[in-house]
Ligand binder design. Structure first.
Ligand SMILES: [Zn+2]
Length: 122
């Protein structure tokens, strides 16, 4: 795997963390299949699908089946080679692109936002 590949490290206790969160937030149910995926990926480093980037979640490529993309929201403990600082997302059409003043897909200028947000000191 190339050095500059963007990756996330999944938490060691990802399955328990996922189930605990879903139970504590009073969700009616959680996904057993997602819990099992998180169990399988616990502690592992997964490559991020950088075609679509988000502020707080990642599409990661299943290391056991590269055909499968998994949405990981907060069950990670580390981001490696984070390229979000060099990218913007169009909130109109959803395109992820390099930093620019207009969207390369829909040409709109008012919808581009940075993917890495500075933490506010509140
Ligand atoms: Zn756009």
């Amino acid at each position: 795997m190339a050095d500059k590949t963007m990756q996330v490290v999944i938490k060691d206790n990802a399955k328990q963390a996922y189930i605990g969160y879903m139970v504590h937030s009073c969700r009616t149910s959680y996904s057993d299949s997602y819990a099992e995926i998180m169990d399988r990926l616990s502690g592992r480093t997964c490559e991020v699908d950088t075609r679509h980037l988000f502020k707080t979640s990642f599409n990661v490529i299943d290391p056991d089946n590269p055909e499968i993309i998994i949405d990981v929201r907060w069950l990670f403990c580390e981001v490696i080679n984070d390229i979000r600082g060099q990218k913007m997302k169009c909130t109109y059409c959803g395109e992820t692109q390099d930093i620019d003043t207009k969207c390369s897909k829909c040409n709109k200028t008012d919808y581009l936002e940075n993917l890495l947000v500075q933490r506010q000191n509140i």
